[in-house]
Design a protein around this ligand. Structure first.
Ligand code: NAD
Length: 363
């Protein structure tokens, strides 16, 4: 295959060091990249007046693919999360988070292998909120009390949960397409339709309809609370989980915990105008510049990116090299050790060295 133009957003906090480690292992696969390095976040605010300058979005619109480090969202500055803005601006409506147990990691069970497909654009996450005591909130409470016989206490705040037919249709179809393209056999739709009939109920009804158009992949549904218990008791029965935004967020962290923590949890945000690959974890500011945190979640996001680019043999060999380093256990960061202060833990860049050595040993 030819060279791939990819936007690289190093991010802040631990972002630059884990991205540097990931670029090194991606290049060691032999795949050729033209990295378009773009800065976003707090450090570009002063220069461009926004944490997400238009030229960063333009770069992703051009390359259609980005590898991204985490970006800090300062609390209480009125500065919108770059991560959320990026998903909205590029309509990255599907978040894909594989949960895979690698031998040697601190797994809850061995053999775990399922994928969470989370709807990224609507649900209670849409950011439509009304603060307690404000005129708008009071007006809405009044309006709702005339439209519905249910009473809302006047000292309430409100968050709105929109779920649409079109938004549900595209995420469920995405889950079926993902299953088909990745050799997976079943889609399980997650909901709470017994309680929220007009939002989760709609999601379920649309899901059942989409399933009739995809008869080659099995379909079932689970109520979200039962889903959590099932994942702990019988995870091997699940394959692709298709979730509305909030349940997908919560189940993703449950999944990360089942495979040894955030250091091994990769992710992809995919939409009609591009795909952004990034770890589930944040910028871990207290470790910034210390060469301590695990770069494997970004490296494994890089594996997802290679698959997205059609570089399947390179994706397989990078994933095997990372798995071999985890299993060997001598060149891993503190989070993969039994104790956080294990003197045998290595740093971020030494993990990259070990993965590169494994890749070279295969050549
Ligand atoms: P965090 O994920 O950054 O870190 C929480 C803790 O998890 C860390 O202190 C560390 O102990 C551990 N950890 C995280 N990543 C690790 C790794 N790779 N290796 C080893 N240990 C790791 O969560 P937070 O502290 O809640 O968030 C920090 C900042 O990151 C916030 O500003 C938040 O908004 C932002 N954030 C960004 C993204 C993103 O860019 N997509 C995602 C989540 C959070």
């Amino acid at each position: 295959m030819g060279r791939h133009a990819v936007t690289l957003i190093p991010g802040d906090g631990v972002g630059p060091e884990i991205c540097e480690a990931s670029v090194r292992v991606l290049e060691a696969t032999g795949v050729q990249f033209d990295w378009d390095v773009q800065q976003a976040g707090e450090n570009v605010m002063e220069r461009y007046g926004t944490p997400l300058p238009e030229h960063v979005l333009d770069s992703i619109r051009r390359t259609q693919v980005a590898l991204k480090g985490p970006i800090t969202t300062p609390v209480g500055t009125g500065f919108r999360s770059v991560n959320v803005a990026l998903r909205q601006e590029l309509e990255l409506y599907a978040c894909v988070r594989p949960v895979k147990a690698y031998a040697g990691a601190r797994n809850l069970r061995e053999g775990l292998d399922f994928v969470i497909v989370r709807e990224n654009s609507e649900d209670i996450y849409a950011g439509i909120e009304f603060e307690k005591g404000t005129a708008d909130c009071e007006r809405l409470i009044q309006e709702i009390s005339t439209l519905s016989r249910k009473r809302i206490r006047p000292d309430s705040g409100l968050s709105i949960k929109p779920i649409s037919v079109s938004g549900s249709e595209r995420i469920v179809q995405f889950a079926f397409d993902y299953a088909r393209e990745n050799g997976r056999k079943k889609v399980t739709l997650v909901h709470k339709a017994n309680i929220m009939k007009h939002t989760d109920g709609l999601f379920l009804a649309v899901g059942r309809e989409v399933a009739t158009r995809n008869p080659d992949v099995a379909f079932e549904d689970r109520i979200v609370d039962n889903m959590c218990m099932q994942l702990v008791l019988r995870p091997s029965e699940y394959d692709v989980l298709c979730c509305p935004n909030l349940y997908g967020d919560i189940i993703s962290d449950l999944g990360a915990g089942m495979i040894g923590g955030l250091g091994l949890a990769p992710g992809a945000n995919i939409g009609t105008n591009g795909a952004v690959f990034e770890a589930t974890h944040g910028s871990a500011p207290k470790y910034a510049g210390k060469n301590r945190v695990n770069p494997m979640a970004v490296m494994l996001s890089g594996v997802l990116m290679l698959r997205h680019l059609g570089e399947i043999p390179a994706a397989d060999s990078l994933e095997s090299a990372i798995a071999a380093v985890i299993e060997d256990g001598s060149a891993v960061t503190y989070d993969l050790k039994p104790s956080r202060d294990d003197p045998g833990a290595v740093g971020t860049s030494e993990v990259a060295d070990a993965v590169v050595d494994r890749l070279k040993a295969r050549d």
